[in-house]
Design a protein around this ligand. Structure first.
Ligand SMILES: NC(=O)c1ccc[n+]([C@@H]2O[C@H](COP(=O)([O-])OP(=O)(O)OC[C@H]3O[C@@H](n4cnc5c(N)ncnc54)[C@H](O)[C@@H]3O)[C@@H](O)[C@H]2O)c1
Length: 378
Protein backbone atom coordinates (compact mmCIF):
# COMPACT_ATOMS: atom_id res chain seq x y z
CA UNK A 1 0.00 0.00 0.00
CA UNK A 2 1.31 3.45 -0.93
CA UNK A 3 1.04 6.63 1.07
CA UNK A 4 -2.35 7.60 2.51
CA UNK A 5 -3.63 10.54 0.45
CA UNK A 6 -5.34 13.20 2.53
CA UNK A 7 -7.53 16.21 1.78
CA UNK A 8 -7.84 18.81 4.52
CA UNK A 9 -10.90 21.06 4.91
CA UNK A 10 -10.69 24.32 6.88
CA UNK A 11 -7.18 25.77 6.95
CA UNK A 12 -7.21 27.75 10.19
CA UNK A 13 -5.22 27.55 13.43
CA UNK A 14 -5.66 23.85 14.18
CA UNK A 15 -5.23 22.81 10.54
CA UNK A 16 -1.68 24.16 10.59
CA UNK A 17 -0.94 22.00 13.63
CA UNK A 18 -2.36 18.98 11.79
CA UNK A 19 -0.26 19.80 8.73
CA UNK A 20 2.90 20.01 10.86
CA UNK A 21 2.13 16.55 12.23
CA UNK A 22 1.39 15.05 8.79
CA UNK A 23 4.77 16.35 7.60
CA UNK A 24 6.42 14.17 10.26
CA UNK A 25 4.50 11.01 9.24
CA UNK A 26 6.14 9.22 6.32
CA UNK A 27 3.14 7.10 5.36
CA UNK A 28 0.88 9.97 4.31
CA UNK A 29 0.75 13.02 2.08
CA UNK A 30 -1.67 15.93 2.03
CA UNK A 31 -2.67 16.34 -1.61
CA UNK A 32 -5.63 18.73 -1.41
CA UNK A 33 -6.74 21.64 0.74
CA UNK A 34 -10.01 23.57 1.02
CA UNK A 35 -10.91 26.87 2.63
CA UNK A 36 -13.74 29.25 1.88
CA UNK A 37 -11.29 32.13 2.31
CA UNK A 38 -9.12 32.22 -0.86
CA UNK A 39 -6.29 34.14 0.80
CA UNK A 40 -6.05 31.65 3.64
CA UNK A 41 -6.34 28.78 1.14
CA UNK A 42 -3.39 29.91 -0.93
CA UNK A 43 -1.22 31.00 1.99
CA UNK A 44 -1.55 27.68 3.82
CA UNK A 45 -1.29 25.55 0.66
CA UNK A 46 1.85 27.46 -0.35
CA UNK A 47 3.34 27.04 3.11
CA UNK A 48 2.74 23.26 3.13
CA UNK A 49 3.19 22.51 -0.60
CA UNK A 50 -0.38 21.32 -1.08
CA UNK A 51 -0.91 21.03 -4.85
CA UNK A 52 -4.72 20.91 -5.25
CA UNK A 53 -6.69 23.84 -3.82
CA UNK A 54 -10.44 24.30 -3.51
CA UNK A 55 -12.85 26.89 -2.21
CA UNK A 56 -15.61 24.30 -2.78
CA UNK A 57 -15.89 21.40 -0.32
CA UNK A 58 -17.87 19.47 -2.92
CA UNK A 59 -15.03 19.71 -5.45
CA UNK A 60 -12.52 18.33 -2.96
CA UNK A 61 -14.84 15.47 -2.00
CA UNK A 62 -15.35 14.58 -5.66
CA UNK A 63 -11.68 13.72 -6.14
CA UNK A 64 -11.40 9.96 -6.41
CA UNK A 65 -7.71 9.83 -5.43
CA UNK A 66 -8.19 10.84 -1.78
CA UNK A 67 -8.33 8.16 0.95
CA UNK A 68 -9.19 10.39 3.88
CA UNK A 69 -10.30 13.89 4.71
CA UNK A 70 -9.32 15.85 7.77
CA UNK A 71 -12.01 18.28 8.93
CA UNK A 72 -10.71 21.34 10.78
CA UNK A 73 -13.87 23.47 10.57
CA UNK A 74 -15.82 25.08 13.39
CA UNK A 75 -17.96 22.71 15.48
CA UNK A 76 -21.35 23.41 13.88
CA UNK A 77 -19.93 22.55 10.44
CA UNK A 78 -18.51 19.16 11.47
CA UNK A 79 -21.64 17.06 10.90
CA UNK A 80 -22.70 18.03 7.34
CA UNK A 81 -19.13 17.87 6.02
CA UNK A 82 -18.28 14.60 7.79
CA UNK A 83 -21.47 12.95 6.55
CA UNK A 84 -20.92 14.19 2.99
CA UNK A 85 -17.31 12.96 3.07
CA UNK A 86 -18.29 9.51 4.39
CA UNK A 87 -20.95 9.27 1.66
CA UNK A 88 -18.33 10.30 -0.91
CA UNK A 89 -16.40 7.19 0.14
CA UNK A 90 -13.75 8.94 2.23
CA UNK A 91 -12.48 8.00 5.67
CA UNK A 92 -12.94 10.96 8.00
CA UNK A 93 -10.80 12.48 10.73
CA UNK A 94 -12.72 15.27 12.47
CA UNK A 95 -11.73 17.80 15.09
CA UNK A 96 -13.35 17.84 18.52
CA UNK A 97 -16.03 18.22 19.76
CA UNK A 98 -17.66 15.68 17.46
CA UNK A 99 -20.40 18.18 16.44
CA UNK A 100 -22.49 21.12 17.59
CA UNK A 101 -25.10 18.86 19.25
CA UNK A 102 -25.71 15.24 20.22
CA UNK A 103 -28.22 14.92 17.37
CA UNK A 104 -25.61 15.96 14.81
CA UNK A 105 -22.95 13.68 16.33
CA UNK A 106 -25.38 10.76 16.12
CA UNK A 107 -25.99 11.47 12.41
CA UNK A 108 -22.22 11.30 11.89
CA UNK A 109 -22.02 8.02 13.77
CA UNK A 110 -24.90 6.57 11.75
CA UNK A 111 -23.26 7.64 8.47
CA UNK A 112 -20.06 5.91 9.60
CA UNK A 113 -22.00 2.69 10.22
CA UNK A 114 -23.96 2.95 6.96
CA UNK A 115 -20.94 3.63 4.74
CA UNK A 116 -18.53 1.24 6.47
CA UNK A 117 -15.87 3.97 6.34
CA UNK A 118 -13.74 4.98 9.32
CA UNK A 119 -14.64 8.01 11.43
CA UNK A 120 -12.01 9.22 13.88
CA UNK A 121 -12.45 12.13 16.30
CA UNK A 122 -9.52 14.10 17.70
CA UNK A 123 -9.47 13.22 21.43
CA UNK A 124 -5.87 14.04 22.29
CA UNK A 125 -5.89 12.86 25.91
CA UNK A 126 -6.44 9.22 24.92
CA UNK A 127 -2.80 9.00 23.81
CA UNK A 128 -0.96 10.58 26.75
CA UNK A 129 1.39 8.45 28.77
CA UNK A 130 -0.68 9.16 31.86
CA UNK A 131 -3.69 7.60 30.15
CA UNK A 132 -1.67 4.61 28.95
CA UNK A 133 -0.34 3.83 32.44
CA UNK A 134 -3.74 4.42 34.07
CA UNK A 135 -5.40 2.08 31.54
CA UNK A 136 -2.88 -0.65 32.29
CA UNK A 137 -3.48 -0.34 36.06
CA UNK A 138 -7.27 -0.27 35.67
CA UNK A 139 -7.43 -3.18 33.21
CA UNK A 140 -5.25 -5.29 35.50
CA UNK A 141 -7.85 -4.84 38.28
CA UNK A 142 -5.54 -2.97 40.68
CA UNK A 143 -8.19 -0.34 41.46
CA UNK A 144 -10.83 -2.92 42.36
CA UNK A 145 -14.40 -1.72 41.72
CA UNK A 146 -14.38 1.77 40.23
CA UNK A 147 -17.25 3.74 41.76
CA UNK A 148 -16.48 7.41 41.10
CA UNK A 149 -14.49 9.46 38.57
CA UNK A 150 -13.86 13.22 38.57
CA UNK A 151 -13.33 15.16 35.36
CA UNK A 152 -11.55 18.41 36.15
CA UNK A 153 -10.39 21.04 33.69
CA UNK A 154 -8.93 24.37 34.75
CA UNK A 155 -8.01 27.63 33.09
CA UNK A 156 -7.69 30.76 35.17
CA UNK A 157 -8.42 33.11 32.30
CA UNK A 158 -8.43 31.32 28.97
CA UNK A 159 -11.70 32.02 27.20
CA UNK A 160 -10.92 31.86 23.48
CA UNK A 161 -10.81 35.16 21.63
CA UNK A 162 -12.00 37.41 24.47
CA UNK A 163 -8.96 36.50 26.58
CA UNK A 164 -6.52 36.36 23.65
CA UNK A 165 -5.91 33.07 21.81
CA UNK A 166 -8.31 31.71 19.17
CA UNK A 167 -11.10 33.03 16.97
CA UNK A 168 -14.46 34.46 17.87
CA UNK A 169 -16.41 31.44 16.58
CA UNK A 170 -15.37 29.53 19.75
CA UNK A 171 -17.52 31.79 21.91
CA UNK A 172 -20.57 32.16 19.68
CA UNK A 173 -22.97 29.22 20.06
CA UNK A 174 -24.18 29.50 16.47
CA UNK A 175 -20.72 28.31 15.42
CA UNK A 176 -19.50 26.40 18.47
CA UNK A 177 -22.67 24.93 20.02
CA UNK A 178 -21.22 25.56 23.51
CA UNK A 179 -18.38 27.00 25.59
CA UNK A 180 -15.85 25.49 28.02
CA UNK A 181 -17.79 22.25 28.17
CA UNK A 182 -17.60 21.63 24.41
CA UNK A 183 -14.15 23.08 23.94
CA UNK A 184 -12.14 21.61 26.82
CA UNK A 185 -14.25 19.21 28.93
CA UNK A 186 -14.45 17.07 25.79
CA UNK A 187 -10.83 16.05 26.47
CA UNK A 188 -11.26 15.33 30.17
CA UNK A 189 -14.60 13.50 29.92
CA UNK A 190 -13.50 11.38 26.93
CA UNK A 191 -10.27 10.42 28.71
CA UNK A 192 -12.23 9.10 31.69
CA UNK A 193 -14.86 7.37 29.53
CA UNK A 194 -12.07 5.58 27.66
CA UNK A 195 -10.48 4.46 30.93
CA UNK A 196 -13.75 3.04 32.31
CA UNK A 197 -14.82 1.37 29.03
CA UNK A 198 -17.27 4.03 27.87
CA UNK A 199 -20.46 3.27 29.87
CA UNK A 200 -23.68 5.02 28.74
CA UNK A 201 -25.01 7.52 31.27
CA UNK A 202 -28.44 7.05 32.87
CA UNK A 203 -29.08 10.50 34.42
CA UNK A 204 -27.34 13.89 34.29
CA UNK A 205 -27.53 17.06 36.40
CA UNK A 206 -25.66 20.24 35.54
CA UNK A 207 -25.24 23.99 35.84
CA UNK A 208 -23.44 26.42 33.54
CA UNK A 209 -22.13 29.91 34.33
CA UNK A 210 -20.86 33.12 32.77
CA UNK A 211 -20.01 35.31 35.73
CA UNK A 212 -16.58 36.93 35.38
CA UNK A 213 -15.93 40.14 33.44
CA UNK A 214 -15.22 40.17 29.69
CA UNK A 215 -13.61 42.93 27.64
CA UNK A 216 -16.78 44.71 26.39
CA UNK A 217 -15.50 45.34 22.85
CA UNK A 218 -14.44 41.73 22.26
CA UNK A 219 -17.64 40.49 23.88
CA UNK A 220 -19.75 42.50 21.47
CA UNK A 221 -17.94 41.71 18.24
CA UNK A 222 -17.71 38.01 19.04
CA UNK A 223 -21.39 37.82 20.12
CA UNK A 224 -20.18 35.90 23.17
CA UNK A 225 -23.08 33.77 24.46
CA UNK A 226 -21.55 30.59 25.94
CA UNK A 227 -20.45 29.38 29.40
CA UNK A 228 -17.02 29.90 30.93
CA UNK A 229 -17.65 27.42 33.75
CA UNK A 230 -19.72 24.23 33.98
CA UNK A 231 -20.38 21.55 36.57
CA UNK A 232 -22.17 18.24 36.23
CA UNK A 233 -23.00 15.00 37.97
CA UNK A 234 -23.51 11.92 35.80
CA UNK A 235 -25.01 8.68 37.07
CA UNK A 236 -24.25 5.37 35.39
CA UNK A 237 -25.44 1.85 36.14
CA UNK A 238 -24.19 0.05 39.27
CA UNK A 239 -23.78 3.23 41.39
CA UNK A 240 -20.89 4.55 39.26
CA UNK A 241 -20.82 8.35 39.13
CA UNK A 242 -18.85 11.07 37.32
CA UNK A 243 -18.37 14.56 38.65
CA UNK A 244 -17.46 17.27 36.11
CA UNK A 245 -15.93 20.72 36.69
CA UNK A 246 -14.65 22.63 33.70
CA UNK A 247 -13.35 26.18 33.70
CA UNK A 248 -12.24 28.54 30.94
CA UNK A 249 -12.12 31.38 33.45
CA UNK A 250 -12.43 31.43 37.24
CA UNK A 251 -11.14 33.46 40.19
CA UNK A 252 -9.20 30.57 41.71
CA UNK A 253 -5.51 29.71 41.53
CA UNK A 254 -5.82 25.98 40.72
CA UNK A 255 -8.02 22.86 40.65
CA UNK A 256 -6.81 19.31 41.23
CA UNK A 257 -6.45 17.04 38.15
CA UNK A 258 -9.00 14.40 37.11
CA UNK A 259 -9.05 11.22 39.20
CA UNK A 260 -10.51 7.72 39.44
CA UNK A 261 -11.60 6.13 42.71
CA UNK A 262 -11.76 2.35 43.18
CA UNK A 263 -12.33 0.02 46.11
CA UNK A 264 -8.65 -1.03 46.17
CA UNK A 265 -6.87 2.04 44.84
CA UNK A 266 -7.16 5.45 43.23
CA UNK A 267 -5.42 7.25 40.36
CA UNK A 268 -4.91 10.94 39.81
CA UNK A 269 -4.32 11.59 36.12
CA UNK A 270 -2.55 14.96 36.20
CA UNK A 271 0.08 14.68 37.57
CA UNK A 272 -0.11 10.89 37.47
CA UNK A 273 -0.14 9.18 40.87
CA UNK A 274 -1.46 5.98 42.42
CA UNK A 275 -2.91 5.72 45.92
CA UNK A 276 -3.70 2.63 47.95
CA UNK A 277 -3.21 0.90 51.33
CA UNK A 278 -0.23 -1.42 51.52
CA UNK A 279 -0.10 -3.70 54.57
CA UNK A 280 -2.64 -1.36 56.14
CA UNK A 281 -0.46 1.75 55.50
CA UNK A 282 -1.57 4.52 53.16
CA UNK A 283 0.71 4.67 50.13
CA UNK A 284 1.06 7.37 47.44
CA UNK A 285 3.14 6.42 44.38
CA UNK A 286 4.42 8.31 41.34
CA UNK A 287 5.72 7.01 37.98
CA UNK A 288 8.87 7.51 35.90
CA UNK A 289 7.17 8.43 32.65
CA UNK A 290 10.37 9.47 30.85
CA UNK A 291 11.94 6.04 31.43
CA UNK A 292 8.80 4.28 30.22
CA UNK A 293 8.74 6.43 27.06
CA UNK A 294 12.39 5.67 26.34
CA UNK A 295 11.87 1.92 26.74
CA UNK A 296 8.82 2.04 24.54
CA UNK A 297 10.62 3.86 21.72
CA UNK A 298 13.54 1.44 21.81
CA UNK A 299 11.80 -1.88 22.58
CA UNK A 300 8.20 -1.56 21.41
CA UNK A 301 8.04 0.84 18.42
CA UNK A 302 4.68 -0.61 17.32
CA UNK A 303 3.14 1.01 20.41
CA UNK A 304 4.02 4.42 19.02
CA UNK A 305 0.93 3.98 16.80
CA UNK A 306 -1.08 4.76 19.95
CA UNK A 307 0.79 7.82 21.21
CA UNK A 308 -0.67 10.55 19.03
CA UNK A 309 -4.02 10.93 17.32
CA UNK A 310 -2.86 11.57 13.77
CA UNK A 311 -0.11 8.95 13.71
CA UNK A 312 -2.68 6.51 15.11
CA UNK A 313 -5.13 7.52 12.35
CA UNK A 314 -2.64 6.99 9.56
CA UNK A 315 -1.48 3.67 11.04
CA UNK A 316 -5.11 2.50 11.25
CA UNK A 317 -5.73 3.52 7.62
CA UNK A 318 -2.64 1.54 6.64
CA UNK A 319 -4.06 -1.51 8.49
CA UNK A 320 -1.20 -1.48 11.00
CA UNK A 321 -3.43 -1.16 14.07
CA UNK A 322 -7.09 -1.10 14.95
CA UNK A 323 -8.59 2.36 15.29
CA UNK A 324 -9.56 3.24 18.87
CA UNK A 325 -13.35 3.70 19.15
CA UNK A 326 -13.06 7.50 19.23
CA UNK A 327 -16.38 8.05 17.44
CA UNK A 328 -18.23 5.98 20.09
CA UNK A 329 -16.43 7.75 22.94
CA UNK A 330 -16.94 11.21 21.41
CA UNK A 331 -20.66 10.48 20.88
CA UNK A 332 -21.09 9.41 24.51
CA UNK A 333 -19.13 12.48 25.63
CA UNK A 334 -21.50 14.66 23.63
CA UNK A 335 -24.49 12.99 25.29
CA UNK A 336 -23.11 13.91 28.72
CA UNK A 337 -22.27 17.47 27.65
CA UNK A 338 -25.68 18.07 26.14
CA UNK A 339 -27.23 16.50 29.26
CA UNK A 340 -25.53 19.19 31.35
CA UNK A 341 -26.85 21.94 29.06
CA UNK A 342 -30.36 20.47 29.08
CA UNK A 343 -30.38 20.00 32.86
CA UNK A 344 -29.19 23.61 33.32
CA UNK A 345 -31.94 24.84 31.00
CA UNK A 346 -34.75 22.78 32.56
CA UNK A 347 -33.37 23.30 36.10
CA UNK A 348 -33.70 19.60 36.97
CA UNK A 349 -32.04 16.25 36.51
CA UNK A 350 -32.54 14.75 33.02
CA UNK A 351 -32.35 11.18 31.77
CA UNK A 352 -30.08 10.20 28.90
CA UNK A 353 -33.22 9.17 26.98
CA UNK A 354 -34.63 12.70 27.38
CA UNK A 355 -31.40 14.20 26.03
CA UNK A 356 -31.58 11.88 23.01
CA UNK A 357 -35.24 12.71 22.37
CA UNK A 358 -34.87 16.49 22.78
CA UNK A 359 -31.57 16.99 20.98
CA UNK A 360 -31.85 18.93 17.70
CA UNK A 361 -29.48 19.72 14.89
CA UNK A 362 -27.25 22.69 15.54
CA UNK A 363 -25.53 22.57 12.15
CA UNK A 364 -25.05 25.72 10.10
CA UNK A 365 -25.81 25.94 6.42
CA UNK A 366 -22.60 25.51 4.42
CA UNK A 367 -22.70 27.44 1.13
CA UNK A 368 -19.80 25.62 -0.56
CA UNK A 369 -21.25 22.12 -0.06
CA UNK A 370 -23.77 20.49 -2.43
CA UNK A 371 -26.49 19.19 -0.07
CA UNK A 372 -28.45 17.40 -2.81
CA UNK A 373 -25.45 15.53 -4.15
CA UNK A 374 -24.68 14.00 -0.74
CA UNK A 375 -28.32 13.52 0.38
CA UNK A 376 -28.05 16.04 3.25
CA UNK A 377 -30.96 17.88 4.87
CA UNK A 378 -30.64 21.66 4.71
N1 LIG B 1 -7.43 26.37 17.69
C1 LIG B 1 -7.12 25.36 18.49
O1 LIG B 1 -6.15 25.41 19.27
C2 LIG B 1 -7.91 24.10 18.45
C3 LIG B 1 -7.46 23.03 19.24
C4 LIG B 1 -8.12 21.82 19.19
C5 LIG B 1 -9.26 21.72 18.40
N2 LIG B 1 -9.72 22.76 17.66
C6 LIG B 1 -10.94 22.60 16.85
O2 LIG B 1 -10.65 22.86 15.49
C7 LIG B 1 -11.80 23.41 14.85
C8 LIG B 1 -11.39 24.66 14.12
O3 LIG B 1 -10.82 25.57 15.04
P1 LIG B 1 -9.70 26.63 14.59
O4 LIG B 1 -9.21 27.23 15.84
O5 LIG B 1 -8.73 26.01 13.66
O6 LIG B 1 -10.62 27.69 13.80
P2 LIG B 1 -10.15 28.74 12.68
O7 LIG B 1 -11.19 29.80 12.63
O8 LIG B 1 -8.75 29.16 12.92
O9 LIG B 1 -10.18 27.88 11.34
C9 LIG B 1 -11.37 27.51 10.66
C10 LIG B 1 -11.10 27.64 9.17
O10 LIG B 1 -12.26 27.12 8.48
C11 LIG B 1 -12.50 27.97 7.38
N3 LIG B 1 -13.90 27.81 6.95
C12 LIG B 1 -15.02 28.31 7.54
N4 LIG B 1 -16.10 27.93 6.84
C13 LIG B 1 -15.66 27.17 5.82
C14 LIG B 1 -16.30 26.48 4.76
N5 LIG B 1 -17.64 26.51 4.62
N6 LIG B 1 -15.56 25.78 3.88
C15 LIG B 1 -14.19 25.75 3.99
N7 LIG B 1 -13.53 26.40 4.97
C16 LIG B 1 -14.26 27.08 5.89
C17 LIG B 1 -12.17 29.36 7.87
O11 LIG B 1 -11.95 30.25 6.78
C18 LIG B 1 -10.91 29.09 8.70
O12 LIG B 1 -9.73 29.21 7.93
C19 LIG B 1 -12.86 23.60 15.94
O13 LIG B 1 -13.76 22.52 15.91
C20 LIG B 1 -12.05 23.55 17.23
O14 LIG B 1 -12.79 23.04 18.33
C21 LIG B 1 -9.06 23.96 17.66
Amino acid sequence: MGKIRIGIIGLGIIAEQHLDKYKAIEDCEVVAGCDIDPVRLNNVCDKYDIPHRYESITALLQRDDIDAVDICLHNCLHAPVSIAALRAGKNVYCEKPMAGSYYDALQMYTAMKETGKLLHIQLAFLYTYNTVIAKKIIDSGDLGRIYHVRSNGYRRRGRPYVDGYGRKEFVNSEWSGGGALYDMAVYHISQLLYLIDNPEPLRITGHVYQETDIDPYRKEISKYDVEEFAIGLVEFDNNLTMNITESWAVHMNQFEGSCILGSKGGIRLEPLSYHTNMHDFQMDASFDIGAAQYRESTLYPERLNFRESQRHWVAALKGECQLLPTAEIALNTQLIQEGIYLSAKLKRQVTADEVKEMSKSNSRFIPNLDYNLFGLNK
